[in-house]
Design a protein around this ligand. Sequence first.
Ligand code: UCC
Length: 637
Amino acid sequence: MFDMNRLHPLRHFSAATTMTRGSTVHAQEIGFTDLNKQGENGKTVFARAKRGQFFQTEPHLENQYLGDAPLRAYLKRNVPKKVLEQFAPDLERFGHRCATDIHQLGRECELNPPSVQHFDAWGNRVDDLITCSAWKSMHDIAAEEGLISIAYERKYGPWSRLYQIAKLYLYIPSSGLYSCPLAMTDGAAQTIDRIDKNTGHSLLHEKAFPRLISRDPQKFWTSGQWMTERKGGSDVAGGTETVAVPQEDGTFKLYGYKWFSSATDSNMTLALARIVDENKQTTPGSKGLSMFYMETRNEDGSLNGIDIQKLKNKLGTRQLPTAELLLDGSTAHLISEPGRGVAGISNMLTITRLHNATGAVSGMRRMVNLARDYSKRRTVFGKLICEHPLHMQTLARMEVETRAALFLVMEASRLLGLEECKMATEHDKLLLRIMTPLMKLYTAKQAMTIASEGLECFGGQGYIEDTGLPAMLRDAQVLPIWEGTTNVLSMDVLRAIAKTHGKVLQTLFKEIQEKVAIASKSSNVHIQNGCQATSQSVNKLAKFLEGEATRDSSLLEVGARDFAYSLARTYMASLLLEHAVWDEATELDAITVARWCEQDLCPVVTNHSRGHYDNKSVTMDTRLVMDGYTDKPLSKL
Ligand code: UCC
């Protein structure tokens, strides 16, 4: 008979003993016999016995750059040696700061969330937004460290963007969510940079832009992005009610209610609104939306026709002053062609989505590295948890996800750098267009999984707020929501394909196949298997697209999420393959390929073959969801 006791992890323990690092220690050696010890005055010494002598060791943060082998390898592989030699020392120095003083400030931001004082002592409406000193320090640090400016100074040509994103990646998990205003600041800078300087927007180019990219804390401005209104954040065209009333001096007055305005302390914002025509009418839908520039304060420091209605009570990102704002005659400047607001603000979305993905992968890396460190400190069942193979398997799975996500985000940054320096080919531009939603949607979901799995690696301590760990999970949950939910982004993938008549897809497939062709020369069995799995996935996708799917748009829409996952996973496989056949690649890179390719790279074909997208299945989905639903208030049940 099988001895169940063999499976019991505690089988070596007796009631009188416990274990430390593999050796048996009698209870009296660790102080519990003091329970019965008599003090000099004859009383029991409780204090020592009550608390015991064992305290768990907290995980340590290491230099965020030096401790990140995959990041350093990616940069070494892609950036010319002479260029990397110039900015790598800055990343190393900053990697230390992100584990020390900046990390401390980030924690302070978490512990001292913002508040609003609506009225002064005399009853005047002031809407004073109160933020902690650490939050204000983050503003200065962002300027001094060039967290935005690096990308626009272009000191390192096309590598500037990659350098900036790598620096942000080190920074974000320690930033106390100051990363959010920086994302929008970067998006606004990019949007302004792409507006023709000859169109008469001197305010934008001469005032706002230099401030957004300044390294001087006194001059540095942050920007908001005011899109979302009460009707919702996804359907921007259907949800925007804010109107823009033309003024005689050529400016506009905005009236409306912005439902989610993050970074309420920003100096300026880009906002969408509908221009009121001479008949006092507005145009509905996307074609009625225009993009406006507005400063949040007037010359005298008062708010520019803005009432801060309330700060949002959010699940996470509590460090960040996200507010509901009433715009009541805010002075604004039209900066897009009338009716081209969505197209205009899409530049901003491309950047903020890259920041979102950078935040996702940096959170994953932080969690994996903390859990890795903890595994070398925490002893259970007689040995360090890093000595438990099952625990190492869990961490290794998290590591594979993190590596794949890192390469995807870094690759997008590399392409963006090329595009910004006008060095991108048509192929690069098309690739970047489809990569942006794929990267955003996929890494956000990975980040949630890793954050949750990561907390488990700390046991109960992962659930205790004082450790700072639960905030990582709460904050990660914004990633699949902010800047477009997973399904909205999946639809953006389809939009990009339709808009380019399939060119983005052809480009992506070509890119994957080229990487596979190079990797397939390797004799390493893991790489060969990876090449085979990746090629098979591309072939399956191509066949799927040739079939009925493309003829029925509603079918394609139901499959949009699985389709996006398939593209993301297959492309990430090719990025891992590319890395694994690099001259300086190690066996670990081949193993990473093997592990990544063990999953279903092409869930859209799997689920299509199961009939998940046909009409019957759609009906069944609705029936499943609505089973037992009565649509009656509780009182009537
Ligand atoms: O609400 C939110 C708050 C969340 C909670 C925040 C808490 C705290 C924050 C913490 C931070 C760390 S976030 C929700 C944000 N909302 C979004 O991200 C928008 C989601 N919706 C979309 O992305 C939609 O797909 C829209 C709005 C872009 C689609 O609008 P339309 O009107 O249907 O768009 P069209 O008609 O398809 O496209 C209009 C134009 C076209 O250009 P032309 O006319 O030249 O062909 C498109 O090609 O815009 C272009 N366009 C794009 N261009 C549309 N999307 C893109 C794109 N992604 N890239 C380039």
